[in-house]
Design a protein. Structure first.
Length: 215
């Protein structure tokens, strides 16, 4: 009689024990160590191990159940965590609605910036042209009103007319009087003078006429 014979007898008798070969081998060693197992009583002793095998089976089942429950808990926790993160669910089981500013469209911003850069020179040119025309129109109106009150064009262009003056007629009337008080004579239109003097000549004439007389 040897350990292998006891092992084979146990495994044949309890094929559904759920015990591993090592565990059955351990039981066989324990029986062999008693020195009581012989060829004649092997079957009887093996049959008597029913309660022991059940005990081992119960131990195996509890150990398997514990491992299974532990693995199930870990797997469940992992799945729940992934599910909650994916669908934004808090620990109370409520879905969290995240509010955030809509992302800016970088492409549209880049296009708008590029258009501004390309259009700025043209915009500046148009603004400069509008300013020039506005100034020319203002100068023409000043000269027209100045001439109407006997002030030559050359002298009118030298006058400092504030931009906020809207009543040019009254302004030039006052200026004409101031110039007359200083000794400047009104400019006579060429059609009335008969000589056809230019504005420069008329201005020079006004200066000469208004200059102090030397003895």
């Amino acid at each position: 009689m040897d350990i292998q014979q006891i092992f084979n007898a146990l495994k044949t008798k309890y094929p559904q024990s759920g015990l591993s070969d090592n565990e059955i081998q351990g039981l066989a060693k324990s029986l062999f160590a008693t020195g009581l197992v012989t060829d004649e009583n092997l079957a009887t002793i093996v049959d008597g191990q029913a309660d022991a095998m059940k005990g081992f089976q119960s131990l195996f089942d509890s150990r398997f159940t514990a491992q299974k429950n532990n693995l199930t808990s870990q797997l469940t926790a992992s799945l729940e965590k992934s599910f909650m993160e994916k669908y934004h669910i808090d620990k109370d089981g409520k879905q969290v609605v995240e509010t955030q500013d809509p992302p800016k469209d970088a492409t549209m911003e880049a296009i708008a910036k590029l258009m501004d850069e390309k259009l700025k020179p043209l915009s500046d040119k148009i603004t400069a042209e509008e300013t020039r025309r506005s100034q020319e129109q203002r100068t023409a109106e000043i000269v027209e009103k100045a001439k109407a009150h006997g002030i030559s064009e050359a002298l009118a262009k030298m006058l400092n007319v504030p931009s906020d003056v809207t009543d040019l007629d009254s302004f030039m009337k006052d200026k004409s009087q101031e110039l007359a008080n200083l000794g400047f004579h009104p400019s006579v239109p060429p059609s009335e003078a008969g000589g056809g003097k230019t504005d420069g000549e008329a201005f020079a004439e006004q200066i000469r006429q208004g200059a102090p007389k030397t003895e």
